[in-house]
Structures are given as C-alpha cells and as structure tokens.
Design a protein around this ligand. Structure first.
Ligand code: SER
Length: 316
C-alpha cells in the first residue's frame, strides 16, 4: 500500500467534478478520494470536507491531515458568471491555482490537475483548427484567468519541477448534472428543454459554431493525461483537445430528427459576444502525439445518449 494515491478533488460538486468523483473512486477506492466544495451533497459515499480553495491554511491542513498525493483543482466561476463578478472570478482561478502550485512546490503533493478552457482564445485567434501554440489574447474574465493560470503552471513546472497537467476543455455536454454559468451550456439546456417542453430559446445566434465534447470523453482525457509518464507531457501550459463542433442550428436539426415537433428560437444575449471570440474548431495533434488522445464519441452518439438518458430521468 506504499504507493496508494490519495486524491483531493476541489470544487468537486460542479459539472466535471461530479463525474470525476465516480471515476477516480473506481480507480483509487472511495476511501482514497476526498471530496471538497463549499457545498455538501447527500448522495456521495466519499468523505466530504468544506473547503474554500482561496484559504491556503485550510487547504494545506486538509492535504496534510488526509495525506493527499494528488489534487484536482476544479473550483471556478464559468465564463458567463465571471463576467458578472470580475474580482471573484479572477481570485478564485488564480488564488486557488497558486495555492495548489505552492502545495506541490513545498513538497506536500506530487501531482496537480488544473482545467483550462477554449476560453483562453480570443478574437485574434485563428478560428478554424485553432493550433496548440497560437495568439490567445482572451477578452473575458474567465479567459484571462485561464491564460494567466496556464503560464503559471508552465512557470512552476520549469522553475520548481511541479508536475501540473492541464487540458483546455471545449464545451462539455453530459446528462448527469446541470451545468452552471457557461457560454457553451446552451448545448446541455437544449436537450432538457427539447424533452420537457419541446421548444428552446437559445442565447446564442443560430450559426455560432463552437468546439464541444461528450463528458465521458473529457473525463477519460483527464485520467489519461494524469496517468501518462511525466516525460511525455511536453506541453506544460495546457493541451488542446477536440471532440466535434456544431452550431445551435445544427444541434437543433439533429434533435429534430428524433423529436420532430421540436422547435428552437433565438434571443442572443451577452453570451453571444463571448462565444464569437472563441474558436469554431480545435487542432489537438499535440495531445494525440504526446499521450495518444483520441475521442470516442461523435455528435450523433451525443444526441442519442443525451435524449435517451434525459428521457429516463424525466419519467422517473
Ligand atoms: N464551457 C465553458 C464556458 O462556457 C468554457 O470552458 O464557460
């Protein structure tokens, strides 16, 4: 049992965290995966600890007490929410990341996962097949935090040998939890609305194409990146990964094939201004080359899974 990993998931009760709790518990054992968040959940078997990631002493106390070896630091305000709360959006991203990086620098933990996002890109970034290394210049609070954070990850790796790994998630779509505050989240809400109401009012314009991914692929990518040998991880800012891309009109048409009466209307709001600065598609060849990344799910798989699983939930 000498090499038993002890994992702390921070911000564990969000969209990504809830899925990671399950997968990481399967891998390391429920007793070795500690869940922390500001909230508490009644339907989780793991030990839960309330933690504000910006509180270094509390964070360090948990890491030492629980003999944590790996931290998945997921605490963040997503793009739309952060625009309405600049300082908290920035502080949560950067202070939380610094605290994780410093715990590793001081030798308390061995490995960190920190998510970045397609939000690191901005209006001057090439839109199609956005390369791994390119102009970023994000113009959202969330994107500025992720861009700066990526550079700090790289800095701590170069300077102090901290083993921090990161992925630029595209819009993530899953049926297990409702997202909160993202610009890509229309692509989750649309399925719930299609089933429950037969109609959806979209906050983006019809032809706004964005990179998306089925949640299970994103979680597998995360675990594969974390398991890859350290010497294979050549990108210490954050890796591009791609699933598929679609616009609201395209995903609505796919849903209509299975729910013929479904209709969509458009009422673009401030989130359209965010979406139009992000890429339409992503080049993930560096992730493919360095740690064999490959998505399993197509957009057709996504539509079928989302409609089937949400229908089951609605009936219950
Ligand atoms: N899905 C996120 C958002 O829309 C981007 O990472 O905010």
């Amino acid at each position: 049992m000498v090499n038993q990993e002890r994992v702390l998931i921070v911000g564990a009760l969000g969209q990504v965290g809830r899925e990671l709790i399950y997968q990481l518990s399967n891998k390391h054992g429920v007793e070795n995966v500690i869940v922390s968040d500001l909230k508490h959940s009644d339907n989780i078997d793991n030990k839960q600890i309330t933690l504000n990631v910006m509180d270094y002493d509390a964070f360090k106390g948990i890491v030492i007490e629980e003999k944590i070896t790996q931290v998945y630091n997921l605490a963040a305000l997503l793009s739309a929410t952060a625009e309405k709360n600049l300082e908290l959006g920035w502080k949560l991203t950067i202070d939380g990341l610094f605290n994780s990086l410093n715990l590793a620098k001081e030798g308390h933990i061995k490995k960190i996962f920190w998510p970045s996002s397609i939000a690191v890109f901005g209006p001057n970034t090439p839109k199609e097949n956005t390369p791994q290394h390119t102009i970023v210049e994000p113009n959202t609070v969330y994107g500025i935090g992720k861009d700066a954070g990526e550079l700090w990850c790289n800095y701590y790796h170069q300077k102090y040998g901290v083993d921090v790994r990161s992925i630029r998630y595209p819009g993530l779509i899953g049926y297990k939890s409702l997202p909160g505050g993202g610009t890509t989240d229309y692509a989750v809400a649309i399925f719930h609305n299609a089933i429950e109401k037969g109609t959806y009012e979209c906050f983006l314009e019809a032809d706004t194409k964005l990179p998306m991914m089925y949640m299970e692929d994103a979680i597998r990518a995360t675990l594969e990146l974390m398991e890859a040998p350290a010497e294979n991880i050549k990108v210490r800012t954050s890796y591009n990964i791609a699933g598929f891309s679609f616009s609201p009109a395209e995903i609505a048409a796919s849903i209509k094939k299975q729910i013929p009466n479904f209709s969509i209307t458009y009422a673009p709001d401030f989130r359209q201004q965010i979406a139009k600065t992000w890429p339409a598609s992503i080049d993930d060849s560096a992730a493919q080359k360095d740690w064999n990344w490959k998505p399993n799910y197509t957009v057709n798989d996504l539509v079928t899974i989302m409609l089937t699983e949400i229908k089951k939930k609605v009936k219950v």
